[in-house]
Design a protein around this ligand. Structure first.
Ligand SMILES: Nc1nc2c(ncn2[C@@H]2O[C@H](COP(=O)(O)OP(=O)(O)OP(=O)(O)O)[C@@H](O)[C@H]2O)c(=O)[nH]1
Length: 602
């Protein structure tokens, strides 16, 4: 049965990380009986293992619920849960394009944080109506009045009638559901116009092929229709369409203007169903596609290599599948003398990079070796040409460089007053340039710095958290390039340069970093049959050195009994440990050594 368009509400929930979006979504599903209580689990929409373990939302999730409002009418809600972390902004803006409104969740004990603002501005930019909600009022530290005041003063939207809820206990969640009906407008659109539907996500299903998630703006689509992807021109026969329920897909007879739903059309090729593309009908195509999404450019790059070279094709396939689900991931083949065939991959940030690595390892069962992350440097050569370098291996010879520039970011850090000193110290250490500082309320400030992106990608977030006991929040936006004194640091093991360990660093930091890396590598490289010198060099000049002493760890030493099976077991175990090692020239190097370059606390 088709629900009248004025009874549809398409909305998403936006918030700073951990302010309770997913928990609120859970309660809404429960209150609308969308999920039977016995099937209810916490954060039901975070269905990826990784999301559950880390307690964060990585992917946006869409779900349809039916809500009977106080006016006695039944409404169809399409709710899209979105991630809060800065690295996943891209997911947020995709979801927003499919909605008319957004519920803005703010934690009553913390108030407005960096991503509260970033995500709200994104929603406002997309023309969405905002429904503020103050969450966690059950906490002893909750101060809903202060938070409502902040929402009105800082964001500038009325918040006096914002529901004061506890997503945990369910208190006042019914008010949120009512406000969705009353405060968020129904979608507009015309069923009779040519079909235009925006692809806002897609997943791969081994039976149905690529399933595309769409928001229909105009027109209708039904099984049997021939659809055309406007960007690629590819055509497919719709096998099934319907709506997303929390744990399954529910086929319907068609999707109409204003609807959010899915299409399965035996789409085999991942690249044929691009997120952001417009779907239309082959028999009556729309003239103009919908505006796509702002294309986001990856900011952080690293090399990803299979630990076992034979798994290279598997890695390619896994990356292709992940890319379908996450268009912000980019990759292209590269080769390393040390690591063989692999891919240069681009990410939105460090967390994004970690998540992709973990997904590759878990969901695709791959053992990987990843190299240290790098940003994109802009180099003006002596002949006037400009090159962009995202891989330290390709860094030109210093003699050929007229000017080197690095990307910088405008960073805003929100924090209680007492940590201002620590934060400034950290930003100063990271070559930050102070811009200004504003009071959010009597005891919290917004500190504004220009920071080199290169300094942000090296564990800035972790350092910030530890120096502010977790109270500070952080958001950044690229702000162009600035001239910089850069050098390429090479690492030599046993006299040979390991290309995969090279990186680019500011000249002032080269010595300290070189020394720390040499020490770290010494900790992580196990003793071998021969002595291994570890050296760090700029150009041909060695600036740091450590040595790993020779020794073979005899795993059988503690096995004095003659039992052969036990011996075998120990040897097997040693072999397991070696799986993640890489033979670099004559030296075996474990994966941790590559990442050690990353986690340097200076
Ligand atoms: N006391 C209390 N805790 C809450 C409430 N709502 C959520 N929480 C807790 O806050 C934590 C974060 O909640 P989530 O729902 O995962 O937060 P989120 O905003 O979805 O976070 P991301 O998905 O990572 O962006 C969880 O431990 C919840 O149990 C509430 O009303 N009261």
């Amino acid at each position: 049965m088709q629900i009248p368009r004025d009874h549809i509400r398409n909305f998403c929930i936006v918030a700073h990380i951990d302010h309770g979006k997913s928990t609120l979504a859970d309660r809404m599903l429960e209150n609308t009986n969308t999920v039977a209580l016995r099937d209810m689990e916490d954060q039901i929409l975070d269905n990826m293992d990784l999301e559950r373990e880390r307690g964060i939302t990585i992917k946006a999730h869409a779900v349809t619920l039916n809500y009977t409002a106080k006016d006695g009418e039944t409404y169809l809600f399409n709710l899209i849960d979105t991630p809060g972390h800065v690295d996943f902004n891209y997911e947020v803006s995709r979801s927003l394009a499919a909605c008319e409104g957004a519920i803005l969740v703010v934690d009553a004990s913390q108030g407005i944080e960096a991503q509260t603002l970033a995500n709200t501005y994104l929603a406002v930019d997309h023309g969405l109506d905002i429904v503020p909600v103050v969450n966690k009022v059950d906490l002893p530290a909750a101060d809903p009045d202060r938070v409502i005041h902040e929402v009105e003063n800082i964001i500038g939207i009325p918040a006096q009638d914002a529901p004061r809820i506890s997503a945990k206990t369910g208190l006042n969640v019914d008010q949120v559901l009512e406000q969705v009906v009353t405060h968020i407008p129904p979608p507009e659109g015309d069923d009779t116009k040519p079909l235009r539907a925006l692809i806002f996500d897609s997943v791969y299903d081994s039976y149905k092929g690529v399933i595309v998630y769409i928001r229909v703006m105009d027109g209708t689509v039904k099984p049997g229709d021939i659809i055309r992807m406007m960007a690629t021109g590819a055509e497919f026969n719709v096998v099934e369409c319907g709506v997303m329920r929390p744990t399954f897909l529910e086929p319907t007879e068609g999707l109409y203007a204003g609807d959010v739903g899915y299409i399965a059309a035996s789409i085999k090729t991942i690249s044929d169903a691009r997120v952001g593309d417009t779907v239309t009908l082959a028999s009556r195509p729309a003239g103009e596609p919908l505006p796509g999404y702002r294309k986001v450019n990856p900011m952080v790059f690293c090399g990803i290599y299979p630990a076992d070279g034979a798994k290279y094709p598997d890695l390619r396939e896994a990356l292709e599948k992940l890319q379908l689900n996450d268009a912000s991931l980019s990759f292209e083949p590269e080769t390393s003398v040390a690591l063989g065939f692999g891919f240069r991959c681009g990410f939105l940030g460090l967390l994004h990079m970690e998540i992709i690595q973990e997904r590759l390892e878990r969901e695709y069962n791959l053992d990987l070796i990843t190299t240290a992350p790098s940003v994109i440097y802009r180099i003006t050569m002596n002949d006037g040409s400009v090159v962009y370098i995202d891989n330290p291996t390709n860094y030109p010879d210093p003699g050929q460089i007229t000017m080197a520039e690095e990307p910088v970011a405008e960073a805003h850090i929100y924090s209680p007053n007492e940590y201002v000193g620590n934060i400034m110290e950290l930003c100063q250490e990271r070559r930050g340039v102070f811009k200004d500082m504003q009071y959010i309320d009597t005891d919290r400030v917004d500190i504004h710095y220009i920071l080199p992106l290169n300094e942000i990608v090296y564990d800035f977030f972790d350092s910030l958290k530890s120096r502010t006991k977790g109270y500070a929040s952080f958001d950044y936006e690229l702000a162009g390039y600035e001239k910089s004194q850069l050098v390429k640091l090479d690492i030599l093991l046993n006299g040979e340069v390991v290309d995969a360990l090279s990186f680019i660093v500011h000249a002032d930091k080269a010595y300290t970093r070189a020394r720390r890396i040499a020490e770290k590598l010494k900790e992580h490289i196990p003793r071998q049959l021969f002595e291994v010198p570890i050296q760090a060099a700029i150009g041909g000049k060695i600036i740091a050195r450590e040595t790993v002493k020779a020794l073979r760890k005899d795993v059988l030493a503690k096995c004095y009994g003659g039992d052969i099976t036990r011996k075998k077991k120990l040897l097997e175990k040693q072999k397991e440990g070696k799986k993640r090692m890489r033979q670099l020239g004559s030296v075996e190097v474990p994966q941790e050594a590559f990442m050690a370059v990353l986690k340097l606390d200076d």
